[in-house]
Design a protein around this ligand. Structure first.
Ligand code: UDP
Ligand code: MG
Length: 314
């Protein structure tokens, strides 16, 4: 029987790229499969949704889900997977709309699927053409991430561009993290996986939707979701205090020997300030953790749908 593949494409204010993407991706849709292209409109403020609807008029493989507001790319990918499941897909391919995830890799992704891999993810071999600043920060992020999480997949510089088979789609959906980090989920769920490499591609049109602050926050979420990052804070201050204690003992011993009389311990004001900083810093992260726990236990939805042309019967 013919296999169904859903391509999931998160879009946020992408009116400049959707048509270019459509023309490119449709070159690779092998007619031996049944295809859906699920555009997830992540609360765009431009005419992204109307462009998608226009495409749907000439090509019924075009599906869409539109959010009530911007929920972020992670939420869009999650919604895409849920809808891929609704459409009884045998596999899902997640990719960006700006052609930074080249559609020419689709045949290779399918080949690896036929070889029995459950998850086929991708990474950029090099960063020729990207800015030095972004190359530096992403490299630093991958180093720090792998230090804290011991994750080898993300450490290699994995992108969100991937193919997931049916089992992997279910596994990804079963991870209901409130603050999601898809790249970390590859490693978490396991399965036989494979990495495909490609050269860096520039965004075809429009602007990146990320700024440094947003990326930094996202990086922290990623590290925090798959490690026990906050525990390093008291650990660090504890270790520092321990070193100070050793220093004090040595200093006092030397003093005692030299002065031949025991002088009273002098607690420096700087030491006192340091202790306060440690306490407040640790408290801040304790509160943060409480809020994160609250976020997860409230069980709020990952996204809210406003409009779609996908229904259960499809
Ligand atoms: N995107 C999204 N929601 C957001 C931000 C981005 O759905 O809040 C989509 C965006 O439309 C694109 C993909 O995520 O298809 C990657 O975004 P972008 O190209 O801006 O990121 P970069 O490639 O610079 O990391
Ligand atoms: Mg991009």
């Amino acid at each position: 029987m013919m296999k169904t593949i859903s391509i999931i494409v998160p879009c946020y204010n992408e009116h400049e790229t959707i048509n270019i993407y459509y023309d490119e991706v449709t070159k690779y849709l092998d007619s031996n499969y049944k295809w859906n292209i699920i555009f997830v409109d992540d609360g765009s403020k431009d005419n992204t949704l109307s462009i998608i609807k226009e495409l749907n008029k000439k090509d019924e493989r075009i599906k869409y889900v539109s959010f009530s507001r911007n929920f972020g790319k992670e939420a869009a990918m999650y919604a895409g997977l849920e809808n891929a499941k609704k459409l009884n897909s045998d596999m899902a391919i997640i990719m960006d709309v700006d052609l930074q995830d080249p559609p020419r890799l689709i045949p290779e992704l399918l080949k690896s699927y036929d070889e029995g891999y459950h998850i086929i993810y991708t990474r950029q071999k090099n960063r020729h053409g990207s800015s030095l600043k972004s190359a530096f920060f992403s490299l630093t992020f991958y180093r720090v991430y792998s230090f804290f999480t011991k994750d080898k997949v993300v450490a290699k510089g994995a992108r969100d561009y991937c193919l997931l088979d049916k089992k992997a789609i279910d596994a990804f959906l079963s991870v209901k993290d409130y603050k999601r980090f898809t790249k970390g989920i590859y490693n978490y769920v396991g399965f036989k996986n494979k990495c495909i490499e490609f050269d860096y591609e520039k965004r075809v049109a429009g602007e990146t939707k990320w700024n440094f602050k947003k990326l930094f926050r996202y990086a922290l979420i990623g590290i925090n979701e798959f490690s026990s990052l906050y525990t390093y804070i008291p650990k660090f201050f504890g270790f520092l205090t321990f070193l100070l204690l050793i220093y004090d003992v040595i200093r006092q011993t030397i003093n005692a020997v030299n002065a031949s009389s025991f002088s009273a311990f002098n607690f420096s004001p700087i030491r006192f300030d340091l202790a306060l900083i440690a306490i407040f810093f640790t408290l801040y992260y304790l509160f943060k953790l409480c809020y994160e726990l609250r976020g997860q236990t409230r069980n709020r939805p990952i996204y809210i749908e406003e409009e779609t042309n996908i229904d259960e019967a499809d």
